[in-house]
Structure formats: C-alpha cells, structure tokens
Design a protein around this ligand. Structure first.
Ligand code: FE2
Ligand code: FE2
Length: 272
C-alpha cells in the first residue's frame, strides 16, 4: 500500500499548497491513503468544518489534530459528525470526537489512523501509551487493519522515539507532528514500522513556525503584552512522508516529501 502523511497545515499557505498539489500527487503516485495533520489550518489555530472539508476534498482520507484541536470552538460540535477527523486519543474521557478512525481505501483495505499527544513540555493529558495500546488492540495490524498510521503530536523527540519503539511491528507508520520543522531521521525500525520524528509543517517557512515573524521575535526580545500571532502569507511548502507497506502492513519504503520554496525539495524517486 502507498501511504502519504502531511504535517501540520498552517493557515492559508498550507491550505493552498495542499489544494494545489495533493490531488495530482494522489493520482500520480496512486496513493492508497493520505493523512493530514490539520491542527493549525484555520489561521494557525484549530480547524473549522469548511476547512476540514476542503482538506478531505483535496485528497486526504483522514485529518488528525493536536494541542490546537479545539481552538475554533465549532470543532467541539462538528467533530462528532465528521468520522474522518481525529483528535488525540488521550484527551480526558468525555472530550468530543474520537482518537482513532478506520479509513477504507479504494481497494477495500482498512487503514487505522490513531492520533495521540505527548506529555513532555505539553499540557497535562492522559497516558498516550495506554491510549494507543487501547486503540491498537481494538483494531490490530494484520487482523482488523491492513495498515496502521499513528500521529504522535509531541514536543520531545525522546517521547516520540520511545513511542515508535513501543509500537514497532504493530504499526505501519509512527510519525511525529507539532514542532513544524521536518527532521531527517526517517527510517524503518527493526520490527518493520516506518518512523520520522517530525513531519514538518505545510505552510510558509519564511516565518516562525508558520506565523508572521515580527510578533514571535518581539516576544523573545520583550516580555510585554503584544499583538496576536498571525499566520504568514507567503508561498506554502508541502511537507511530509511517503511510506510503502507490504502485505503484512509493515514498511518497505520510507521517504521524505517536500515541495515548495525555502526547503530542499525531495520525494520518493521510486514512485516517479
Ligand atoms: Fe502544529
Ligand atoms: Fe501542536
């Protein structure tokens, strides 16, 4: 199976690059499943129903979230009627929405998509390891799922790496999100799980984490109240990871994907 994961969509530049490039990539690479992290899609803060629909229409099968899940309050309501929108599974019980979903591909294969949030340098959350364990035992790879994609939305690389080893052999892909900067440690772990510490963002890299530079810089220079953070508005770069899996749902290929300005462009040449 061919899987594509795209990192945090930040504001309009992120949405535009997805709308512009994803439909063609989906076709050209014959992608079976595409997952996009959409936690910053609405001006950098959360997601609206219209924006979620836009990302799904561009070719995503599922949209994952993170610490910004409910920045747009309408997400508290529409998440209940959008089964393809997933928020971290380790929110306290009673939080609207779901922590996992099963996507059916064109060929009838089932892909389990799980989202969890780390606890190091993040808001207090339930145990992400226990939450993932619950979701994966309800829908195990090779039995109820033909592929499993886990988005670990976390700050600390240690936590993401530990998480990947925890799931090695039980997931097709464990991929980090949240830092908005892509890492270069994509690899296949000994048990067959593809891993990348952070997918980076889909957004304008001439920025601070996708936001216009002035206010973040000012906040580092002066400890005084300032203005709101606004998403940058230059051209967006598409950023993520391509994975190919075998009949068992384990990874046989993992390659970074980057299209757009400011970063070196790269893609899986084997898929050309
Ligand atoms: Fe983010
Ligand atoms: Fe985040």
């Amino acid at each position: 199976m061919r899987l594509l994961f795209l990192g945090d969509v930040v504001g309009r530049p992120g949405r535009h690059v997805i709308a512009d490039r994803l439909p063609r990539l989906r076709e050209r690479w014959r992608l079976d499943c595409v997952v996009v992290n959409g936690e910053n899609a609405a001006g950098g803060f959360g997601i609206t129903e219209a924006i979620c629909d836009e990302i799904l229409q561009a070719g995503a099968d599922a949209v994952t979230l993170g610490n910004h899940s409910f920045d747009q309050r309408e997400a508290l309501v529409f998440i209940a009627r959008q089964p393809r929108l997933v928020r971290p599974a380790n929110y306290p019980s009673g939080t609207p929405g779901r922590g996992a979903t099963v996507v059916e591909t064109r060929d009838g294969a089932r892909v389990l998509v799980v989202n969890v949030m780390g606890r190091l340098f993040m808001d207090a959350m339930d145990d992400p390891f226990a939450a993932a364990e619950r979701e994966l035992s309800a829908c195990p790879l090779g039995e109820a799922a033909d592929a499993v994609i886990v988005d670990v939305h976390a700050e600390a690389t240690s936590e993401k790496q530990a998480f990947a080893h925890f799931l090695d052999g039980r997931a097709s892909l464990v991929v980090g999100t949240h830092t908005h900067a892509p890492t270069a440690d994509h690899r296949i772990l000994p048990g067959g799980t593809a891993y990348l510490s952070d997918a980076g963002m889909c957004g304008d890299y001439d920025s601070v984490l996708g936001m216009q530079k002035d206010e973040p810089l000012r906040r580092f220079l002066q400890k005084t109240p300032g203005s709101r953070l606004e998403a940058a508005h230059g051209e967006g770069t598409l950023c993520g990871l391509a994975v190919e899996t075998d009949a068992r749902g384990l990874a046989t290929l993992v390659a970074p994907v980057r299209f757009g300005p400011h970063l070196e462009e790269t893609w899986p040449r084997a898929w050309d």
